[in-house]
Design a protein. Sequence first.
Length: 227
Amino acid sequence: MSEVDITVVADADEAARLVAERLAEQARAGGSIVLTGGSTPRHAYETAAELEPNWSKVALWWGDERCVPPDDERSNYGMAKEALLDRLKGGPVAAHRIQGELGRAEGTAEYNLELAGVSTFDLVLLGLGPDGHIASLFPNFPTLDVADRDVVGSDAGLEPFVDRISMTLPRLCDAHEVLFLVAGEDKAGAVARALAGEPSCQTPGSLARAAQGVTHAVLDRAAAAQL
Ligand code: 6PG
């Protein structure tokens, strides 16, 4: 398992700023970005849109989605739309959202089709749950072993308790760069296990490493406290 290059900054705002700069850089360069859900990246998305309002060279994907309509407040796409897409002057060449409203089986099948033949992602952004989950791949769930598909349906291992659709580990790791953004003291234990522990299904984040490049983590001091 490759090493993770870790940057620790003072607080969540500074962490978001660093990640926003990286997102804006990728938007300028073009290629493909996989966005993450959860609440931590919102500020990074807003700042990235300010730093670079033209994303017309980049294709966007989502690492996971909750099975809700896109305008539901729990939708990962909905969050990215509000924080990023609606603020851009030049929208992305494509925004490949996961259709959570189709439900787990159909939404998963559709995204598998959409990803067929798609090559290595340039940048995969990941958050980390306090239980160590990434995307919607939860600790010790059988979904962690799925390697013959790009996308898998899952129960929720944590709030919000709605069905999930998630890229699989091999698909998330097929990247030139995997970038973790994690903030807050409730994540400190998970961060230590995911970034400095042995690879284990108990901590899915420990299994997420760029297969074709580098893995970076931007952490605030609270999240890095147990490293
Ligand atoms: C999701 C996410 C998930 C998220 C972590 C961290 O759909 O919930 O994609 O993997 O990144 O749960 O979320 P927070 O930033 O809200 O703690």
